[in-house]
Design a protein around this ligand. Structure first.
Ligand SMILES: C[S@@+](CC[C@H](N)C(=O)[O-])C[C@H]1O[C@@H](n2cnc3c(N)ncnc32)[C@H](O)[C@@H]1O
Length: 407
């Protein structure tokens, strides 16, 4: 059958109207005319009869097989519009509109943190990303996403898989670029014993990794895997949250700083290891709140060691169960809030009733953001603008900063 693609679905598939409802065709763009065989809600063995003007040659040679990127066949301008549209659509779903600033997209080869899958094979190791909707591994020596420093760790990661991977299951390697070299966290590896421990320590040394964490245990620490946040240096605990690209982090930080203006007393909620709290402490007193005690300890240590910061206080607290209460916002001139994908329903309900003059809301999920925005607006806040930040290039992920002020 022949169909015309109407839109892009939330997982990046082209969506057309089929005989029995929506029909999904991977790798297609709106306006494209496609011929293929109908199988359930999919079109298989398809070919493009009329390509879109937005179609480009994928910059990555692995794009056809690798499931790491979904939108390499679309122009940058198309992807930017599509991502803005995702956020606008989520707001519209709550009956809201906003002023949008031009999207800020991280460049290719800038991802400083990635999780790579691997399997030990008879003669070595197979490593890469999963093929789309499959457990097949695709080797990605020319990946256009990862920072060159991450690509340079591949031989070392492969060595780890050969040493401690199992042939029956997959190993997951999370690698993060740090000032001191790669911070590597492996899960799914063989159980540790003294021989394995020794071999892993040797490999860490040989390949210059800063730290190696194996199945949750730090097995080698050559040097602390420091990250810089403004004037502060922080050694995050293994697996701690970090923004995906340095460029994306800077875009988010600048937008947050612009949103809160000259506020001198700030509360940073869901603070992580201090991405916003520490640079903002160069000009304001900051109270940072986060659920993970190890992350709070790392932030506090970084603040204590740094020169020239205003007062930084930290608090480990589950903000879903125990959001900050209204009296805890007394005298606070701005709140930064950056929750996980679920959003911050309970905390937003309290903030909606607060007198905090400005809220910088950072989100990685437009749906929970729009829901939370509605709560703030119902409480008397005005949504001034939204800045969309794309640090997950060629994927369906999107992040944003929004400024809310007391109307
Ligand atoms: C999107 S990250 C943002 C971290 C930080 N703002 C940054 O940009 O690096 C969300 C943070 O919320 C924390 N978190 C998740 N659930 C939480 C909860 N129930 N209470 C407090 N913090 C939580 C996570 O540990 C994580 O550090």
């Amino acid at each position: 059958m022949i169909v015309t693609i109407d839109r892009i679905g939330h997982l990046g598939d082209g969506v057309a109207q089929g005989p029995n409802g929506p029909l999904f065709v991977p790798g297609m763009l709106p306006g494209e005319v496609v011929e293929g065989d109908l199988q359930d809600d999919q079109l298989t063995d398809f070919r493009i009869l009329t390509p879109s003007v937005n179609r480009v040659k994928p910059p990555c040679p692995h794009a056809k097989t690798c499931g790491g990127c979904l939108m390499q066949h679309a122009s940058d301008a198309f992807v930017a519009d599509w991502k803005l549209g995702i956020v606008k659509g989520a707001l519209a779903g709550q009956g809201l509109t906003a002023d949008f600033r031009p999207i800020l997209t991280s460049p290719p080869k800038s991802r400083r943190r990635a999780t790579i899958a691997a399997r030990r094979t008879k003669n070595g190791a197979l490593m890469g990303f999963h093929a789309r909707a499959s457990d097949m591994l695709v080797n990605v020596p020319n990946c256009q996403l990862l920072h060159p420093d991450l690509m340079a760790t591949f031989p070392g990661l492969e060595a780890l898989v050969k040493i401690g991977g199992s042939r029956s299951g997959e190993v997951s390697l999370t690698v993060t670029r740090s000032l001191a070299g790669a911070d590597v966290m492996v899960t799914g590896g063989k159980d540790l014993d003294s021989a394995l421990l020794l071999e892993l320590a040797r490999a860490t040394e040989a390949h210059g990794f800063a730290r190696l964490t194996w199945n949750g245990e730090t097995v080698a620490l050559r040097t602390a895997p420091m990250q810089r946040f403004g004037k502060a240096l922080v050694a995050p605990p293994p697996g701690a949250f970090l923004q995906a690209t340095a460029e994306g982090e800077l875009a988010l930080l600048r937008s947050v700083a612009m949103a809160i203006g000259p506020a001198r007393k700030i509360v940073d909620l869901f603070a992580g290891v201090g991405t916003f709290a520490l640079p903002l402490a160069e000009r304001a007193e900051v109270h940072a709140v986060e659920g993970e005690a190890a992350m709070m300890a790392a932030l506090e240590k970084g603040a204590n060691m740094a020169q020239g910061l205003k007062r930084v206080t930290v608090e480990t607290r589950d903000l879903f169960r125990r959001p900050l209460e209204p009296d805890e916002f007394k005298g606070v001139e701005a709140v930064v809030i950056d929750p996980p994908r679920a959003g911050a329903e309970a905390q937003m309900a309290v903030l909606a009733k607060s007198a905090v003059p400005v809220i910088a809301s950072v989100s990685c999920n437009p749906i929970s953001f729009a829901r939370d925005a509605k709560v703030l607006i119902a409480g008397g806040y005005r949504l001034d603008w939204v800045q969309v930040v794309d640090q997950f290039r060629w994927s369906s992920h999107v992040e944003l900063v929004a400024r809310f002020t007391r109307a």
